[in-house]
Write a new protein. Structure first.
Lengths: 111, 112
């Protein structure tokens, strides 16, 4: 079963606007969540994370929101830039070592 | 510069042959991981190792084998028993107990 799901395979936004990427999970034991960014033919790079004891974490243009009751997290990018165009993966951990990844969302930021 | 090296970047093999993918890290991380990525799917965990000479199966270990004889190295062998070996393979490492994993650049394996 897919414990971490990103239901939108793709998202297209205009430069300067907000990008909102969503992620849902089913395992209530997950206690830490991460977002990774991936360009084609490269490895993912860590973007931002959040512990389950928080509901928001912000780093520059990137903010992650966690709604534990809904088992939902989202990544907000504002303002969006063309260089943000990439695949974004959310990931979750329940044991501090293994990560479970979602399917990814392809973000395209149009100039 | 510290980092993770995967070689080669592209690898081609004939069906029925075993192939070994290299992963080396100089980050002094204890834990290492292998994932595969297929189109439209997330990263799926194949094997992981939290300490030298020990490793555990991930979610899709069938048809793969690993060894962890040195802290810096975690090679993955794709055996002929793997039904669909063509994929993008990613190696990662982390400090044990640390959630954040660092990834290598990946190896694209094509089996025909």
């Amino acid at each position: 079963d897919q414990q971490v799901k990103q239901n939108s395979p793709s998202l297209s936004v205009q430069e300067g606007r907000i990008s909102i990427l969503n992620c849902d999970y089913t395992n209530s034991m997950f206690d830490y969540f991460l977002w990774y960014k991936k360009y084609p033919a490269e490895g993912p790079t860590f973007l931002i994370s959040i512990s389950s004891i928080k509901d928001k974490n912000e780093d520059g243009r990137f903010t992650v929101f966690l709604n534990k009751s809904a088992k939902h997290l989202s990544l907000h990018i504002v303002p969006s830039q063309p260089g943000d165009s990439a695949v974004y993966f959310c990931a979750a951990s329940d044991r501090g070592s293994r990560l479970t990844f979602g399917e990814g969302t392809q973000l395209t930021v149009n100039p | 510069d510290g980092g993770i090296t995967q070689s080669p970047k592209y690898l081609f093999r004939k069906e029925g042959q075993n192939v070994t993918l290299s992963c080396e890290q100089n980050l002094n991380h204890d834990a290492m991981y292998w994932y595969r990525q297929d189109p439209g799917q997330g990263l799926r965990l194949i094997y992981y190792s939290q300490i030298v000479n020990d490793f555990q199966k991930g979610d899709i270990a069938e048809g793969y084998s690993v060894s962890r004889e040195k802290k810096e190295s975690f090679p993955l062998t794709v055996t002929s028993a793997q039904k669909n070996p063509t994929a993008f393979y990613l190696c990662a490492s982390s400090i044990t107990g640390n959630y954040e994993q660092c990834f290598g650049p990946g190896t694209r394996l094509t089996v025909t």
